[in-house]
Ligand binder design. Sequence first.
Ligand SMILES: NC(=O)c1ccc[n+]([C@@H]2O[C@H](COP(=O)([O-])OP(=O)(O)OC[C@H]3O[C@@H](n4cnc5c(N)ncnc54)[C@H](O)[C@@H]3O)[C@@H](O)[C@H]2O)c1
Length: 380
Amino acid sequence: MSAKIKLGIIGGGGDSLIGILHRVASSMFDKYEIVGGVFNPNWEENSRFAKKLGLNENRVYKDFDTFIAEETKLPIEKRVQVVSVLTPNFLHFPMANALLENGFHVICEKPMTTTYEEAKTLYATLQKAKTVFAVTYTYTGYPMVRQMREMILNGEIGTVQKIDAQYYQGWINPILHDKEQRAATWRLNPEKSGISCCIGDIGTHSFNMLEYVSSVKIESILADLNNVYDDNPMDVDGTILLRASNNVKGVICASQIATGEENSFVVKVYGDKAGLKWEQENPNYLYLMEDGKPLQVLKPGHAYNSKLSLDGTKLPPGHPEGIFDSMGNIYKGIAKAINKEPYNAGEFPTIIDGIRGMDFIEKAVASHKNGNVWVAIDEN
Ligand SMILES: NC(=O)c1ccc[n+]([C@@H]2O[C@H](COP(=O)([O-])OP(=O)(O)OC[C@H]3O[C@@H](n4cnc5c(N)ncnc54)[C@H](O)[C@@H]3O)[C@@H](O)[C@H]2O)c1
């Protein structure tokens, strides 16, 4: 019997954006073996892609229901153990819930569900299933993001007093202004995407990242969103004021119409002794800013980094760590949990991160619709 964890994948086919990231990440530390799945609802495309991956055709199923029915008939030592759900958002909840009910571990893309209610139901199912559940907030796996978290936890910037995340993309700009393209994009279709486009897609990364690196809990928000056109049901831009524990305040600025921007995600946390800044498009640099001192730039792989950061660095200093490595580190942490090995709580985002993310999305939309009012985030 293979010592590797048997991984199934739903979605993430050859036509997808995120599939390759999960496939490469799962292979990175020799912990997983992809054994089957459903990569595409179209059978020809599904089977063509599975052949390309070299999978046993008996383990590639025509749809999700058949996947569950056939996999659960297999003896436990052959069966898929963990399933990555990489479909458009509206399928995350029904699929993840059924997988948990049938005893699988689950790795779910964000946003975890399309509603806060579904997220709470999933939590209840997980309590019964007692399996491992992770949500892939990808950026939490970068070595210098983990370093930022550990430095703040160790008090190296003093008491946190301001948090700030700016996530700017421009990809939806040309699509938004062309009605045909707009109609063909699932991210702008509430039935497939949920109630929010920009905040659901990248605002939620910002919310999770600020809580991950700063360890403060965001307690209430005030949102001003922009759909640009009256006949566009989904936000494509938003500015959200934050109030957090210990009188910390901050802001999330998220946009998919920041023309010309690619994936400019910048996260800043300021304490009373120092500030830390990290930029996704230059992820190997963590900037440490202190009054009256020259700027310091911390990099991966050095002895001055924390154990959590070093655990996520595979090569000596000077060999850049990128987004594949970041997701690889998350898969590595999930493998430890599945194998019942000890792990650091910062190694992968959990269902609580997913629930808080869904609460944030719903409250941001509610705040905006009710006239830009403050709305409380639940404790979860
Ligand atoms: N963590 C991140 O940073 C990140 C980045 C991008 C996307 N995502 C998330 O990943 C998910 C997928 O996004 P994407 O950009 O890859 O979407 P996509 O539209 O590019 O790909 C979706 C894939 O799902 C497949 N699919 C659709 N319906 C299916 C079904 N019923 N059964 C099996 N497969 C099915 C499609 O064939 C396709 O391969 C979304 O929830 C998105 O929010 C996360």
